[in-house]
Design a protein around this ligand. Sequence first.
Ligand code: R5P
Length: 292
Amino acid sequence: MTSLLLAFDDEARLARALSDELSVPLALVDRHVFPDGETRLRLPPALPPRVAILRGLQQPNAKLAELLLAAAGARELGAIELRLVSPYLAYMRQDMAFAPGEVVSQRHVGRLLASVFDAVVTVDPHLHRVATMDEVVPGRRGVALSAADLLGALVAERLPGALLLAPDEEAEQWVTRAAVGRGLGHAVCRKQRHGDRDVDVALPDVDVAGRAVVLFDDVASTGRTLVTAARGAFARGAASVDVAVTHALFVGDALAQVRAAGVRHVWSADTVPHETNAVSVAPLVAAALRAI
Ligand code: R5P
């Protein structure tokens, strides 16, 4: 059983919900960023043997460095069993060398986390060529939860009978899970990526005319996937287009672009703190921590 939850102030909302669910105390890590970008962390000076650290890895590079410092510090201060809850786990997409010489970041970030944590719990990691989180953190316990049911239930309540569209084949797993048993239709688009902000999305051969379409994906980053899919759905006569995503990264002008494409509602899970958060993964994460 975890007996203390450590978290950072920018994720305090989810941290409080999780500490309530687990009925364990929460301590926020005191963090100071020096003018040159270095970070000084201060943890409670005496830690119990079983500690969980909550840290999502949006803006991954700075947070990874902080997380490694926090984990090392926690061990020195008494933590014997140390678990990571990383609701959004970055670096999962680079899971093979797509060109000679490319570093397979997923493998190395996974090994790095396995070297400092006893278990890693995450939500909807972008696993494609690797089947389980156990493989990502070799020798340690890896748990992949999904927000698809939470988001599917929300859509079914707000828009009964809506058509869920996965913008690419990789999202088929989530859209199927969200739709089945909830009276929602689902179909899968085909996506071709030409660059960071340049994608083509071909809609499937289903009739979207007059229907409430919900684009359903694991992550929105630049938002260009959603923009292109939304435009395609409107061009085919969709009555409305809404969006449900687990991880609302929405970098830069992404949300504005999505709204400019005519998207009405954007719903996300609270894995990444964002104004669109509509469902909480705290109960799921708490249950997973209890079960480990
Ligand atoms: C990739 O396959 C993911 O499922 C998302 O579709 C993708 O990361 C979204 O990226 P963006 O918002 O930059 O188009």
